[in-house]
Design a protein around this ligand. Structure first.
Ligand code: X8Z
Ligand code: ZN
Length: 622
């Protein structure tokens, strides 16, 4: 699950409680007191102070919201960190906590009150309107007018989480973790073994099919009660966009990066065919050739001489990576993490032989919408986890930044969801650049490295993500929720999109007895919002470009942010207000630009000539 912002179920749990909702107190017009005084002028309705009414309502609402949110987070935390297959106690407690949250945020009385107050928006201040809109948006995920549907959905979500993270992956007859599978996909050179590993990673799919189909209907029905046509549209509306506008945006981003992706795709087909000793270069990339379960990040395909971060990190260890992440943020002026972060987080893989499992996908949690900040990871000493640790800490420092008295709990979210994803990913990018590594003493300052190879390595890591995130994932979920993709076409649609956007095909035919999209955790527990990540990559390059050129006066390809408080000030200006400012205004104000792939395309532009030379005489298939 992603955020991160809200642990998933927490997203589902944004809800309000009827019983405690206040009804506005309206003063009656004054009555005349004596008979012989001249008749009073016709009674004017007394002035109603909607601002004061909204204040009182929101004070109560926020207090309840924090209380229920915290209880929900605690239950979810337990459900995600202590999974005993067959034991339903955690799922039961989570379901109950989330239902209490839903009964509050989706209560008919609260919905009525929110709507009433919003009809007087002209008399309210911006912060009040934003909070009321957010509460109404949250209500749409849990309307108690369809209480049975909401209840069923919350229960189904808890059950799906258990299945998803309780799954026992097997490879070569032994139980393995997803970390093991990922490591094998990065390192194994025998294509037949690679295929077995890849297939092992997909074995979970069919176990999630019934649950996912059920969740689709329940998610759609829930939001339909407040007038959204489908769940995808509901999620897009959080950005102030329609479904069509969101799809147009992600398609535009994909088109802008397509020429570069086409070169990388051609390059990868030929280079991997060479590596695996295959004579006939395939037109489409076999999925099991790529160093990632979904082909979303190919960074480990090349090793840059003099910059072997894996080797450096192996010596430093997993704990060092997380601590180093904190040091980096602190060097920019962020406050140290509270002791409770270190005490309560679950940062490393479970010990061998543990009798329970935990969610293996990284996330960051804002438990009480205040200072109880936690991360759930399975950090191992390697580049991928080094970057992920920086990513998760980005969420954590975002939480910390907007947990201030100016931001009411309802608005303790990112400027939009993509900003929340962008900050830590940008820090992850910065933490891998050569001057930064040299500054830390991780590589000798005079190390000679090939800049083209370095940029190629970065391109392989960041660019293939775009057709995956803005293409395959977004198109599939759009079709799944909004177009109600038929249950017997789920896998066929997935692979048609993989071929169209990623130029990637499965090693063997994958019929409807498989459900390969469900192997991506987000499809189950972060539904209809994977475009957040595509947008976050675009934003991260916009922010990085600005920081490098305008603040540090450094080449964006070779920066060292370390110790630069002015970089921290720039970031905190974005992070501190949370969701209380409009995300478009924030981007324009801070970077001078609208959301655009310009900076990302420009960053990798120097690589185009190299790739075109490498690909001379090669067959392009996309
Ligand atoms: O899910 C994540 C984060 C958690 S918010 C680790 N990411 C996406 C993924 O793994 O698919 C980060 C980038 C893309
Ligand atoms: Zn994230």
């Amino acid at each position: 699950m992603k955020t991160h912002l809200l642990p998933l179920a927490a997203a589902a749990m944004l809800t309000a409680c009827a019983s405690t909702a206040q009804t506005p107190v309206v003063k009656s017009p004054a009555k005349p007191t004596t008979a012989d005084v001249p008749p009073p002028p016709p009674a004017q309705p007394a002035h109603i102070d909607y601002g004061a009414i909204a204040d009182e309502f929101l004070r109560d609402y926020n207090a309840q919201y924090v209380r229920l949110y915290t209880a929900s987070s605690e239950a979810e935390w337990r459900s995600n960190t202590h999974i005993v297959p067959g034991d339903t106690a955690n799922a039961g407690a989570t379901t109950r906590a989330n239902q209490r949250m839903a009964a509050f945020t989706g209560s008919a009385a609260n919905i009525q009150q929110l709507r009433d107050l919003l009809t007087h928006r002209d008399e309210l201040n911006g912060l009040q309107v934003k909070q009321l809109e957010t509460a109404l948006y949250n209500a749409a995920n849990n309307p108690q007018t369809v209480a049975d549907v909401v209840k069923a959905r919350i229960k189904a979500e808890a059950a799906q989480t258990e299945k998803l993270y309780g799954f026992d992956y097997k490879y070569a007859g032994k139980s393995v973790t997803t970390n093991d599978l990922d490591e094998l996909l990065r390192k194994e050179t025998n294509p037949a073994k690679r295929q077995q590993v890849w297939e092992a990673s997909k074995a979970i799919g069919p176990t999630l099919k019934d649950g996912l189909l059920n969740l689709r209907d329940l998610r759609n029905q829930t939001v339909q009660a407040l007038g959204y046509p489908d769940y995808f549209t509901y999620q897009a509306s959080d950005y102030g966009l329609t479904r069509d506008e969101m799809m147009a945006l992600v398609r535009k981003i994909n088109t802008e990066l397509r020429p570069l992706y086409r070169e990388l795709h051609t390059y990868a087909r030929y280079e991997l065919a060479k590596k695996y000793g295959v004579q006939q270069v395939p037109d489409y990339l076999p999925a099991h050739w790529l160093p990632n379960r979904w082909g979303q990040d190919w960074g480990s395909m090349v090793e840059v001489k003099g910059l072997n971060l894996d080797a450096v990190l192996a010596k430093k260890g997993a704990e060092w990576q997380v601590k180093q992440g904190e040091r980096f943020y602190q060097s920019l002026g962020f406050s140290p993490l509270p002791a409770s972060f270190w005490e309560k987080s679950s940062l490393y893989p479970l010990p061998k032989g543990a009798t329970y499992k935990k969610n293996n996908h990284a996330s960051a949690w804002h438990m009480d919408l205040n200072q109880d900040l936690r991360s759930l990871m399975s950090v191992e000493p390697n580049t991928e986890w080094y970057e992920t640790a920086h990513h998760e800490l980005g969420h954590i420092f975002y939480y910390q930044s907007y947990s201030n008295p100016e931001v009411p709990p309802l608005l303790r979210q990112g400027a939009n969801r993509a900003y929340h994803e962008a900050i830590g990913s940008m820090m992850g990018l910065a933490a891998k650049q050569k001057p930064f590594l040299a500054g830390l003493g991780l590589i000798p300052a005079n190390t000679k490295t090939d800049q083209t190879q370095q940029l190629l390595q970065e391109a392989l890591s960041y660019v293939p993500f775009i057709p995956f995130a803005s293409g395959v994932m977004s198109e599939w979920e759009n079709s799944f929720y909004a177009d109600k993709l038929p249950a017997d076409q789920l896998n066929a649609k997935w692979w048609a999109l993989c071929k169209q956007y990623q130029g990637m095909v499965p090693p063997t035919t994958r019929g409807e007895n498989y459900l390969d999209p469900a192997t991506k955790t987000h499809i189950n527990d972060d539904p209809a919002q994977y475009y957040d990540y595509a947008l976050s990559y675009v934003i991260l390059f916009q922010l990085h470009d600005h920081i490098a050129r305008k603040i540090l006066h450094q080449d964006p390809h070779a920066t060292n942010y370390y110790g630069h408080k002015e970089v921290g000030d720039f970031l905190r200006d974005i992070m501190r207000p949370g969701a209380s400012r409009d995300w478009r205004v924030v981007l324009k104000e801070k970077t001078g630009e609208d959301l655009s792939a310009r900076a990302m395309v420009a960053y990798f532009q120097p690589l185009m000539t190299y790739l075109q030379q490498q690909n001379k005489g090669r067959k392009y298939t996309m």
